[in-house]
Design a protein around this ligand. Sequence first.
Ligand SMILES: Cc1cc2nc3c(=O)[nH]c(=O)nc-3n(C[C@H](O)[C@H](O)[C@H](O)COP(=O)(O)O)c2cc1C
Length: 212
Amino acid sequence: MKNEYSHIRRDYSKSELNESNVNDNPFLQFKDWFDLAIDSNFTDPNAMTLATSSFDGKPSARIVLLKEFNENGFVFFTNYLSKKGMNLNENPFACLLFFWDKLERQIRIEGEVFKISIEDSKEYFDSRPRESRVGAWASKQSHKSNGREEIETRFSNYNSKFGEDVPLPDSWGGYILKPTYFEFWQGRTSRLHDRITYNFENENWKIGRLYP
Ligand SMILES: Cc1cc2nc3c(=O)[nH]c(=O)nc-3n(C[C@H](O)[C@H](O)[C@H](O)COP(=O)(O)O)c2cc1C
């Protein structure tokens, strides 16, 4: 098979990352890079790939938006009965991935995922625009549909059912991924990229480096 894409490549030389200039705390290191991604006015700087897998080890990945992070973990919102929700029921271990191409940076975060409290889900749900809240009722996320019309009919039915006050559906809410591993990747020349890792061991974050 002829490969039409083999010429696509670039060199990476914007920055470097080493054991002496990373923060001891991976959450602060994340904040440092995330703040720069936000300040750089990228489209969806908080978009991250969430990789999950089923009980029998079949992987699945999709983009979700990071809505909050703190020293407890990384929070996103979704439908608990979606494919990712089903995967997380079966296997709570997951991975998050950020890629900011203009900064030549990638961050991997691995850990265990938990549902956040209904109160916290409700607080965020109530802050969303009304049509997004109605959409959460209308969408049987990841389930087979009989066509666009069926989906729009469900939306308009819920739209007329609720007034301004749209309640939180049982099937909708937040998850928090509590990390045990981080990897910060900075592109370098000659493909000798920097990969600085943090492993949570004996209640401490231990810094290491991987070959590129
Ligand atoms: C930029 C972007 C942001 C998204 N944000 C979310 C999100 O925050 N929550 C969500 O459930 N789906 C989000 N989606 C849709 C998901 O990628 C996915 O299609 C959906 O959640 C169903 O995934 P699943 O079938 O694997 O559960 C987003 C998609 C894109 C492209």
